[in-house]
Ligand binder design. Structure first.
Ligand SMILES: CC(=O)N[C@H](C=O)[C@@H](O)[C@H](O)[C@H](O)CO
Ligand SMILES: CC(=O)C(=O)O
Length: 323
């Protein structure tokens, strides 16, 4: 099957779903959010309704509306909008896949179902194939995140799943790999001879290692607010300036390592993004709980000490305008 679309590459922000204090989706800020990603972070691809977007905590109707709004607001501004349509049941996943096609999304991604879990790759591929078939013209990405789905990376290795996958899923276009098993990831790259697939890495604090192995891009939560810094790392890497790339990666690691120790997840991502972008992301939805004020204060201090908090409208290195 021919896919005229250009390959998904570079940074992809896993979007947050902004919410009001009452826990409803805050649709009106999505337009601003798109502008922020493009102008302030240099990020032009998004991954909607995934982990960071609390996709699995939204109703099907909300997921449809959120997808529609990102596609609408991203028109002529974003390069690609990928919608995560994974669900615990095939029917809902297919409905969301078909909907993504109808609204003109650029791709769909699916996680492994995680209540009844697939015991081997063939069961998983059969599920993925049925979802993909509901939107056969849309590029399809498998979203590998064993730490959250509980589908053990030992029973379903991405590298094995990839082998001959296009025979089974003709619209298969790549992988979002959110795991620290770099042997598995490396072997995905190794067999991608024709470079036909987008192999997107999803552990932001280890991105440089994945680039060395041949990642073609990255999807992550931190690209919402560290997109610009991470793009600098990508540029240094492309220019084969490994020393600078490493220094960017270490600075990013210092921040992520710090917040991981404090307890880091989607709630904390919402708090950090609110702080850095000035756009209110609101609280997460239950069962997640809002980040504490103490967390936010500590994260802010760390961002400042690493010089990661620039004020909107002020360019890096133009801080004298503040005084
Ligand atoms: C588990 C999870 O949410 N992973 C995200 C993407 O897959 C990452 O972007 C992490 O948030 C990031 O690497 C920080 O650990
Ligand atoms: C990080 C990511 O890709 C997600 O939130 O789904």
């Amino acid at each position: 099957m021919a896919f005229p679309k250009k390959k998904l590459q570079g940074l992809v922000a896993a979007t947050i779903t902004p919410m009001t204090e009452n826990g409803e989706i805050n649709f009106p800020v999505i337009g601003q959010y798109v502008d922020y990603l493009v102008k302030e972070q240099g990020v032009k691809n998004i991954f909607v309704n995934g982990t960071t977007g609390e996709g699995l905590s939204l109703s099907i109707s909300e997921r449809r509306q959120v997808a529609e709004e990102w596609v609408r607001q991203g028109k002529n501004k974003l390069d690609q909008v990928v919608i995560h349509v994974g669900a615990l049941n095939l029917k809902e996943s297919q409905e969301l896949a078909q909907h993504a096609a109808e609204i003109g999304a650029d791709g769909i991604a699916v996680i492994a179902p995680f209540f009844f879990k697939s015991q081997n790759k063939d069961a998983l591929i059969s599920f993925l194939r049925e979802v993909a078939a509901a939107a056969p013209a849309l590029p399809f990405y498998y979203y590998h995140i064993p730490s959250l789905t509980g589908v053990k990376s030992k029973s379903v290795r991405a590298e094995e799943l990839l082998d001959g996958i296009q025979d089974k899923i003709p619209s298969f276009q790549g992988l979002k790999f959110s795991d620290t098993d770099l042997l598995d990831f490396g072997q995905c790259v190794d067999q991608n001879h024709q470079r036909q697939f987008a192999l997107l890495f999803g552990v932001d604090e280890q991105l440089l290692s994945a680039l060395v192995l041949g990642a073609t891009g990255a999807v992550g939560s931190t690209y919402n607010y560290l997109g610009k810094k991470t793009n600098q790392m990508l540029e240094a890497f492309e220019q084969k300036d490994l020393a600078s790339a490493l220094s960017y990666q270490f600075r990013i690691q210092r921040f992520i390592n710090y917040v991981i120790k404090l307890g880091f997840g989607v709630s904390q991502t919402k708090a950090i993004m609110t702080l850095v972008s000035g756009i209110p992301m609101g609280p997460p939805r239950l069962p997640l709980q809002k980040a504490t004020q103490e967390f936010t204060a500590n994260a802010e201090a760390k961002l400042k000490s690493l010089n990661f908090l620039s004020f909107p409208g002020l360019k890096d290195g133009n801080m004298e305008a503040c005084s």
